[in-house]
Ligand binder design. Structure first.
Ligand SMILES: NC(=O)C1=CN([C@@H]2O[C@H](COP(=O)(O)OP(=O)(O)OC[C@H]3O[C@@H](n4cnc5c(N)ncnc54)[C@H](O)[C@@H]3O)[C@@H](O)[C@H]2O)C=CC1
Ligand SMILES: O=C(O)C1=N[C@H](C(=O)O)C[C@H](O)C1
Length: 252
């Protein structure tokens, strides 16, 4: 790709992974970006800052992403993060690092698929109208974590919407005969994780009330589905200092 003088210089962390490879291709193909560093396990992070990266895109693993964030923020490098594993405590830690480096922007998005963002918004909207709701996420079997970041985020959004609407616990007379049979409990919302070959990333949110159900489903059939969201994040983060969680506010 021909370099533009004002192109955004991007470094990719986790560059040899499933998502990292796709991000490298997407950045390389974008007319307004320049891929200046591809970093994976064993490579030195400073090579990316030496190469003048303005934005790091991180698709690594939950056990290394915090070190990457801390290092990049201290170097004044903006971050677009898709890696999962962000608890409230972790987000507070990132906010603390950003307070000490106020010009830096970090976007942490549990899902960069535009359809997935809408699925979460629709589910949040529906949450107040149904007495029952459960989340079923389905992924490829090489995924390291469960429940998925997307399902955890969705469950938290639903729980918050239910609480704001004054809804109590869901009806459920079932006694769990085997641990895990009813899935994980995230803020009172059950989340079920399926892992099977052939799958990429899929999620259903199943709502139920007297005499009716509503199912909201999203399917990522290919990792290219995440790329428009990642590129949008790279473009917008340069003008959004501080911490942004989720892609929603970048779409408006
Ligand atoms: N937010 C979103 O839209 C999406 C998020 N994800 C998440 O992204 C993460 C990565 O997913 P995949 O690409 O499928 O995993 P993967 O296992 O294919 O790739 C992870 C890569 O990170 C590398 N890595 C490990 N430690 C490193 C370090 N210290 N520095 C640099 N690289 C390092 C690994 O060697 C590997 O190449 C997961 O947490 C996954 O859940 C995945 C898809 C979409
Ligand atoms: O590991 C994956 O593949 C994915 N991870 C993210 C998650 O945990 O929600 C996003 C998407 O579901 C794909």
């Amino acid at each position: 790709m021909t370099q533009q003088p004002d192109s955004i210089r991007v470094g990719v962390l986790g560059a040899r992974g499933r998502m990292g490879l796709e991000v490298c291709k997407a950045v390389d193909a974008a007319g307004d970006m320049e891929l200046v560093a591809m970093i994976d396990q064993g490579d030195e992070l400073f090579k990316a800052s030496d190469a003048g990266a303005q934005v790091f895109v991180d698709f690594t693993t939950p056990d290394v992403v915090m070190d990457n964030l801390h290092w990049a923020i201290d170097q004044g490098i903006n971050m677009v993060v898709g890696t999962t594993g962000f608890t409230g405590e972790r987000l507070d830690q990132v906010r603390g690092w950003l307070d000490a480096n106020p010009g830096v922007g970090v976007l942490i998005a549990p899902n960069f698929g535009l359809g997935a963002v809408l699925m979460m918004q629709f589910a949040t909207r529906a949450a107040r109208y149904f007495e029952s709701v459960e989340v079923i996420e389905q992924h490829h079997p090489r995924k390291l974590d469960a429940p998925s970041g997307t399902s955890t985020h969705t469950a938290k959004l639903i729980a918050q919407a239910r609480a704001e609407a004054g809804l109590g616990p869901m009806p459920d007379a079932t006694k769990e005969e085997v641990d895990g049979a009813r899935g994980a409990d995230i803020d009172g919302v059950r989340v079920h994780s399926v892992r099977a070959s052939g799958l990429v990333a899929h999620q259903e949110v199943l709502f139920g009330s007297l005499g009716e159900t509503l199912t909201i489903r999203h399917d990522s059939l290919d990792r290219v589905s995440f790329m428009p969201g990642v590129l949008l994040g790279v473009r917008k983060i340069l003008e959004r200092p501080g911490l942004t969680v989720g892609l929603d506010s970048f779409l408006d």
